[in-house]
Design a protein around this ligand. Structure first.
Ligand code: MG
Length: 307
Protein backbone atom coordinates (compact mmCIF):
# COMPACT_ATOMS: atom_id res chain seq x y z
CA UNK A 1 0.00 0.00 0.00
CA UNK A 2 1.50 3.34 -1.00
CA UNK A 3 1.05 6.56 0.98
CA UNK A 4 -1.89 7.81 -1.08
CA UNK A 5 -3.68 4.46 -0.77
CA UNK A 6 -3.09 4.46 2.97
CA UNK A 7 -4.76 7.83 3.46
CA UNK A 8 -7.66 6.82 1.24
CA UNK A 9 -8.18 3.58 3.13
CA UNK A 10 -7.89 5.28 6.49
CA UNK A 11 -10.52 7.86 5.59
CA UNK A 12 -12.84 5.12 4.38
CA UNK A 13 -12.41 3.22 7.64
CA UNK A 14 -13.15 6.31 9.69
CA UNK A 15 -9.83 6.28 11.51
CA UNK A 16 -10.11 9.69 13.02
CA UNK A 17 -8.60 11.85 10.27
CA UNK A 18 -11.16 14.52 11.08
CA UNK A 19 -10.84 17.66 13.16
CA UNK A 20 -11.46 17.39 16.89
CA UNK A 21 -14.84 18.81 17.81
CA UNK A 22 -16.44 19.01 21.22
CA UNK A 23 -13.32 18.62 23.39
CA UNK A 24 -11.22 21.10 21.40
CA UNK A 25 -9.81 24.11 23.18
CA UNK A 26 -10.30 26.05 19.94
CA UNK A 27 -13.94 26.73 20.76
CA UNK A 28 -13.07 28.43 24.07
CA UNK A 29 -11.95 31.97 24.84
CA UNK A 30 -8.65 32.53 26.65
CA UNK A 31 -10.53 33.40 29.85
CA UNK A 32 -12.65 30.24 29.60
CA UNK A 33 -9.53 28.08 29.16
CA UNK A 34 -7.98 29.36 32.40
CA UNK A 35 -9.71 27.43 35.19
CA UNK A 36 -7.23 28.11 38.01
CA UNK A 37 -9.96 29.41 40.33
CA UNK A 38 -11.53 25.91 40.41
CA UNK A 39 -8.29 24.02 41.12
CA UNK A 40 -7.70 22.34 44.46
CA UNK A 41 -5.06 19.92 45.79
CA UNK A 42 -6.99 17.02 47.28
CA UNK A 43 -4.70 14.25 48.50
CA UNK A 44 -5.45 10.53 48.57
CA UNK A 45 -3.29 7.49 49.21
CA UNK A 46 -3.22 3.83 48.42
CA UNK A 47 -3.02 1.65 51.52
CA UNK A 48 0.57 0.50 50.86
CA UNK A 49 2.24 3.93 51.06
CA UNK A 50 0.20 5.01 54.11
CA UNK A 51 1.76 4.54 57.57
CA UNK A 52 0.05 2.18 60.01
CA UNK A 53 -0.39 -1.58 60.33
CA UNK A 54 -4.11 -2.35 60.03
CA UNK A 55 -6.59 -0.96 57.50
CA UNK A 56 -8.27 1.07 60.23
CA UNK A 57 -4.97 2.49 61.47
CA UNK A 58 -3.90 3.47 57.94
CA UNK A 59 -7.22 5.24 57.28
CA UNK A 60 -6.95 7.06 60.61
CA UNK A 61 -3.39 8.26 59.90
CA UNK A 62 -4.28 9.32 56.36
CA UNK A 63 -7.02 11.53 57.78
CA UNK A 64 -4.72 12.81 60.53
CA UNK A 65 -2.08 14.01 58.05
CA UNK A 66 -4.50 15.70 55.69
CA UNK A 67 -5.67 13.13 53.13
CA UNK A 68 -9.20 13.53 51.81
CA UNK A 69 -9.57 10.06 50.31
CA UNK A 70 -8.30 6.49 50.10
CA UNK A 71 -7.47 4.59 46.90
CA UNK A 72 -8.40 0.93 47.21
CA UNK A 73 -7.02 -1.97 45.20
CA UNK A 74 -9.00 -4.50 43.18
CA UNK A 75 -9.57 -6.71 46.23
CA UNK A 76 -12.40 -4.34 47.25
CA UNK A 77 -14.53 -5.47 44.27
CA UNK A 78 -17.83 -6.89 45.52
CA UNK A 79 -17.43 -5.15 48.90
CA UNK A 80 -18.49 -1.65 47.91
CA UNK A 81 -20.85 -0.81 50.78
CA UNK A 82 -18.56 -2.29 53.45
CA UNK A 83 -15.42 -0.54 52.16
CA UNK A 84 -17.22 2.78 51.68
CA UNK A 85 -18.35 2.66 55.31
CA UNK A 86 -14.78 2.01 56.51
CA UNK A 87 -13.60 5.09 54.61
CA UNK A 88 -16.50 7.22 55.81
CA UNK A 89 -15.96 6.15 59.42
CA UNK A 90 -12.43 7.59 59.10
CA UNK A 91 -13.75 10.80 57.50
CA UNK A 92 -12.47 9.91 54.01
CA UNK A 93 -13.91 9.56 50.53
CA UNK A 94 -12.84 6.81 48.11
CA UNK A 95 -10.87 8.25 45.20
CA UNK A 96 -10.61 5.33 42.77
CA UNK A 97 -10.06 1.57 42.53
CA UNK A 98 -6.58 0.63 41.24
CA UNK A 99 -7.57 -2.42 39.18
CA UNK A 100 -4.78 -2.99 36.66
CA UNK A 101 -4.73 -5.01 33.45
CA UNK A 102 -6.43 -8.31 34.44
CA UNK A 103 -3.31 -9.96 32.95
CA UNK A 104 -3.94 -8.14 29.68
CA UNK A 105 -6.94 -10.40 29.01
CA UNK A 106 -9.23 -7.72 27.52
CA UNK A 107 -6.63 -6.99 24.81
CA UNK A 108 -5.25 -10.50 24.56
CA UNK A 109 -4.36 -12.17 21.28
CA UNK A 110 -6.17 -15.17 22.82
CA UNK A 111 -9.80 -14.32 22.02
CA UNK A 112 -11.18 -16.71 24.68
CA UNK A 113 -9.69 -14.56 27.45
CA UNK A 114 -11.37 -11.32 26.41
CA UNK A 115 -14.99 -11.57 27.58
CA UNK A 116 -14.19 -12.82 31.12
CA UNK A 117 -11.89 -9.78 31.46
CA UNK A 118 -14.62 -7.39 30.29
CA UNK A 119 -17.11 -8.99 32.70
CA UNK A 120 -14.70 -8.50 35.61
CA UNK A 121 -14.01 -4.88 34.66
CA UNK A 122 -17.77 -4.25 34.75
CA UNK A 123 -17.94 -5.79 38.24
CA UNK A 124 -15.18 -3.40 39.34
CA UNK A 125 -17.11 -0.47 37.85
CA UNK A 126 -20.24 -1.50 39.77
CA UNK A 127 -18.24 -1.49 42.99
CA UNK A 128 -16.69 1.89 42.11
CA UNK A 129 -20.22 3.25 41.75
CA UNK A 130 -21.13 1.91 45.20
CA UNK A 131 -17.97 3.44 46.65
CA UNK A 132 -18.74 6.85 45.13
CA UNK A 133 -15.32 6.66 43.44
CA UNK A 134 -14.28 8.59 40.35
CA UNK A 135 -13.32 5.45 38.52
CA UNK A 136 -11.47 2.19 37.98
CA UNK A 137 -7.83 2.42 36.85
CA UNK A 138 -7.34 0.18 33.84
CA UNK A 139 -4.10 -0.72 32.00
CA UNK A 140 -4.75 -2.35 28.58
CA UNK A 141 -1.57 -4.46 28.71
CA UNK A 142 1.75 -4.58 30.49
CA UNK A 143 4.76 -5.67 28.42
CA UNK A 144 4.53 -9.36 27.58
CA UNK A 145 0.76 -9.69 28.16
CA UNK A 146 -0.36 -9.54 24.51
CA UNK A 147 1.06 -10.28 21.07
CA UNK A 148 -1.12 -7.56 19.50
CA UNK A 149 0.81 -4.50 18.29
CA UNK A 150 0.12 -0.85 19.13
CA UNK A 151 -2.28 -0.33 16.25
CA UNK A 152 -4.17 -3.56 16.94
CA UNK A 153 -4.58 -2.85 20.67
CA UNK A 154 -6.13 0.55 19.94
CA UNK A 155 -8.51 -1.07 17.45
CA UNK A 156 -9.33 -3.71 20.04
CA UNK A 157 -10.10 -1.04 22.66
CA UNK A 158 -12.47 0.64 20.23
CA UNK A 159 -14.33 -2.67 19.84
CA UNK A 160 -15.28 -3.11 23.48
CA UNK A 161 -14.64 0.15 25.33
CA UNK A 162 -17.64 2.21 24.08
CA UNK A 163 -19.99 -0.36 25.66
CA UNK A 164 -17.90 -0.52 28.87
CA UNK A 165 -17.74 3.29 29.12
CA UNK A 166 -21.53 3.47 28.72
CA UNK A 167 -21.85 0.94 31.52
CA UNK A 168 -19.45 2.94 33.70
CA UNK A 169 -21.45 6.10 33.07
CA UNK A 170 -24.64 4.31 34.13
CA UNK A 171 -22.84 3.29 37.35
CA UNK A 172 -21.91 6.96 37.94
CA UNK A 173 -18.20 6.33 37.48
CA UNK A 174 -15.52 5.97 34.78
CA UNK A 175 -12.86 3.77 33.29
CA UNK A 176 -9.52 5.54 33.91
CA UNK A 177 -6.72 4.66 31.47
CA UNK A 178 -3.27 4.73 33.06
CA UNK A 179 -0.27 5.50 30.82
CA UNK A 180 2.91 3.71 31.95
CA UNK A 181 6.59 4.12 31.19
CA UNK A 182 8.17 2.00 28.45
CA UNK A 183 9.84 -0.32 30.96
CA UNK A 184 6.33 -1.50 31.93
CA UNK A 185 4.17 -1.09 28.81
CA UNK A 186 4.81 -0.44 25.10
CA UNK A 187 1.17 0.57 24.54
CA UNK A 188 -0.19 3.80 26.09
CA UNK A 189 2.76 5.71 27.52
CA UNK A 190 1.66 9.35 27.39
CA UNK A 191 -1.22 11.22 29.00
CA UNK A 192 -2.25 12.79 25.67
CA UNK A 193 -2.51 9.33 24.09
CA UNK A 194 -4.89 8.16 26.83
CA UNK A 195 -6.92 11.33 26.41
CA UNK A 196 -7.13 10.74 22.67
CA UNK A 197 -8.39 7.18 23.17
CA UNK A 198 -10.93 8.46 25.71
CA UNK A 199 -12.16 11.09 23.26
CA UNK A 200 -12.62 8.47 20.52
CA UNK A 201 -14.50 6.15 22.90
CA UNK A 202 -16.84 8.94 24.06
CA UNK A 203 -17.58 9.86 20.46
CA UNK A 204 -18.25 6.27 19.46
CA UNK A 205 -20.47 5.69 22.49
CA UNK A 206 -22.22 9.07 22.06
CA UNK A 207 -21.79 9.91 25.75
CA UNK A 208 -19.97 12.77 27.46
CA UNK A 209 -18.55 10.86 30.43
CA UNK A 210 -17.61 7.32 31.45
CA UNK A 211 -13.93 7.16 30.46
CA UNK A 212 -10.88 9.33 31.03
CA UNK A 213 -7.16 9.26 31.62
CA UNK A 214 -4.79 9.74 34.55
CA UNK A 215 -1.21 10.85 34.99
CA UNK A 216 1.37 9.19 37.25
CA UNK A 217 4.28 11.51 38.06
CA UNK A 218 6.70 8.56 38.18
CA UNK A 219 5.86 7.31 34.68
CA UNK A 220 5.58 10.86 33.35
CA UNK A 221 9.15 11.54 34.47
CA UNK A 222 10.29 9.11 31.75
CA UNK A 223 7.70 9.69 29.03
CA UNK A 224 6.65 13.36 29.07
CA UNK A 225 8.74 16.32 27.97
CA UNK A 226 6.49 18.64 30.00
CA UNK A 227 4.34 17.53 32.91
CA UNK A 228 2.38 20.78 32.64
CA UNK A 229 1.81 20.23 28.93
CA UNK A 230 0.76 16.62 29.51
CA UNK A 231 -1.94 17.55 32.02
CA UNK A 232 -3.22 20.41 29.87
CA UNK A 233 -3.48 18.03 26.90
CA UNK A 234 -5.87 15.87 28.95
CA UNK A 235 -7.98 18.79 30.16
CA UNK A 236 -11.38 17.74 31.45
CA UNK A 237 -10.59 14.10 30.57
CA UNK A 238 -8.09 13.93 33.47
CA UNK A 239 -9.69 11.84 36.22
CA UNK A 240 -6.86 10.95 38.59
CA UNK A 241 -3.18 11.52 39.44
CA UNK A 242 -0.61 9.25 41.08
CA UNK A 243 2.00 10.88 43.30
CA UNK A 244 5.56 9.53 43.39
CA UNK A 245 9.06 10.85 42.97
CA UNK A 246 10.65 10.23 39.57
CA UNK A 247 13.35 7.88 38.32
CA UNK A 248 16.27 9.48 40.14
CA UNK A 249 17.38 7.66 43.33
CA UNK A 250 15.71 7.08 45.67
CA UNK A 251 13.46 6.01 42.81
CA UNK A 252 9.64 6.19 42.99
CA UNK A 253 9.50 7.14 46.67
CA UNK A 254 7.49 9.76 48.57
CA UNK A 255 7.40 13.14 46.78
CA UNK A 256 10.22 15.27 48.21
CA UNK A 257 12.53 12.31 48.91
CA UNK A 258 14.41 12.83 45.65
CA UNK A 259 15.09 16.03 43.74
CA UNK A 260 12.05 15.89 41.42
CA UNK A 261 9.89 18.98 41.47
CA UNK A 262 6.11 18.87 41.10
CA UNK A 263 5.68 22.58 40.35
CA UNK A 264 5.51 22.22 36.57
CA UNK A 265 2.88 19.47 36.75
CA UNK A 266 0.89 21.29 39.40
CA UNK A 267 0.81 24.37 37.15
CA UNK A 268 -0.86 22.21 34.52
CA UNK A 269 -3.35 20.83 37.06
CA UNK A 270 -4.18 24.34 38.22
CA UNK A 271 -4.64 25.62 34.67
CA UNK A 272 -7.25 22.94 33.85
CA UNK A 273 -9.04 23.52 37.19
CA UNK A 274 -8.22 20.03 38.43
CA UNK A 275 -9.95 19.23 41.72
CA UNK A 276 -10.17 15.44 41.65
CA UNK A 277 -7.62 13.43 43.66
CA UNK A 278 -3.81 13.16 43.67
CA UNK A 279 -2.97 9.83 45.29
CA UNK A 280 0.21 8.35 46.76
CA UNK A 281 1.49 5.31 44.86
CA UNK A 282 5.12 4.98 45.89
CA UNK A 283 7.60 3.61 48.38
CA UNK A 284 9.20 5.37 51.33
CA UNK A 285 12.94 5.97 51.63
CA UNK A 286 12.80 7.41 55.16
CA UNK A 287 13.26 5.25 58.25
CA UNK A 288 10.30 6.79 60.08
CA UNK A 289 7.43 6.24 57.62
CA UNK A 290 4.88 8.24 59.57
CA UNK A 291 7.14 11.26 59.84
CA UNK A 292 8.15 10.97 56.17
CA UNK A 293 4.47 10.75 55.08
CA UNK A 294 3.62 13.95 56.96
CA UNK A 295 6.69 15.71 55.52
CA UNK A 296 5.82 14.61 51.99
CA UNK A 297 2.29 15.98 52.26
CA UNK A 298 3.67 19.31 53.47
CA UNK A 299 6.19 19.26 50.60
CA UNK A 300 3.32 18.76 48.11
CA UNK A 301 1.30 21.62 49.62
CA UNK A 302 4.35 23.90 49.35
CA UNK A 303 4.87 22.87 45.70
CA UNK A 304 1.17 23.49 44.96
CA UNK A 305 1.42 26.96 46.52
CA UNK A 306 4.50 27.70 44.39
CA UNK A 307 2.85 26.51 41.15
MG1 MG B 1 0.44 4.55 38.86
Amino acid sequence: MNRRDFFGASAAMGLGLTTAASTSFATQTTEEMDKRAEAKLRISSQLGPAPGNSLEEKLEKMKKYGCDAVEYHGDCVGKGKEMRKKAEDAGLEVSVICWGSHNGDLCSDDVSKRQPGIDDLKKALETAGELGAYGVIYVPAFNGQTKLNNYEIRQRLMEFMPDVAKFANECGTSVILEPLCRMEAFFLRQVADGASISRDVLRAAKIDDGIGVMGDFYHMDTEETSQMGAFISAGSLLKHVHLAGGVENPRRTYPGENSMTFVDGFRGLKYIGYNKFCSFECGCAGEDKEKAFAQSIQFLRDQWAEA
